[in-house]
Design a binder for this molecule. Sequence first.
Ligand code: CAA
Length: 264
Amino acid sequence: MNEKFENILVNITENPSGLNVGLIEINRPKAKNALNTETMTEIVSVLESFDKDKTIGSTVITGSKDAFSAGADIKEMAVANSTDMYIKDQFAIWDKLRKIKKPFIAAASGYTLGGGFELALACDILVASETTKFAFPEVTLGVIPGAGGTQRLTHAVGKGKAMEMILSGKFMTAKEMFDAGLVTILTAEDNYLNDSLELAKKIASYPSIAIQLGKESVLKALDLTVDEGIEFERKNFYLLFSTEDKFEGMNAFIEKRKPEWKHK
Ligand code: CAA
């Protein structure tokens, strides 16, 4: 990745056991990694380019130990009225996250607040260090989460806890969010990034089309009835029977050898 970004650092981690892993680090330390429009635009453009890059299988998005992100940029929004927000449609960029096909993992630590929490919720898997602090402090600013938080948190932890967090602005520990089923891996502060990269490498070691259709099918479960979801899953399952990797995977099992994935 040769492109220079103002607000993020981008790296690619080699993966000897499969496709490589992209790493996006939010890099606005002076603003606790607040997500202004430019930062979100950069994150989305990198995810889109990784989606097109055949050498990459998955991505980790992280911040710093101190702050994954303290939310949308309050200074950017402070003078805006509702007409300004409607015309600018500042959060439209967030919709593009839903179109990313390859999995992306949040590696969170420290403040994971407001829009930062929403970015973590928009990731496919959430890994958190023990020092992560989750909250929706929007009510303290006279607003509510505006980048999907009311919906994704409710789906993830249920109505009661979502109401508590969104209506009271209460800070939750990583352990509380792990117990609520939102955090998938709870790990020491020294390990959260490495553990996220290891998980991303594991995912990137499997056939990319199966991984992408698996992700798509799980996400559909949030939108469809069980019947519709099972139909959707089955079509994706049958679709995989046209991939070279399906024949390679099943033949390798029968021949008792390691499969050689082509990702096609
Ligand atoms: N936007 C813009 N700047 C922010 C910011 C944010 N969300 N969070 C922190 N900063 C800035 C501060 O203004 C400060 O800048 P200056 O040095 O220029 O004053 C700098 O980052 C350091 O912050 P603090 O001095 O406040 O650091 P702290 O350690 O005392 O406190 C904190 C850290 C608890 C995270 C505190 O900064 C804070 O409460 N931040 C705001 C959290 C918040 O309300 N997030 C929700 C935003 S709204 C939203 O996200 C809407 C949505 O749904 C998309």
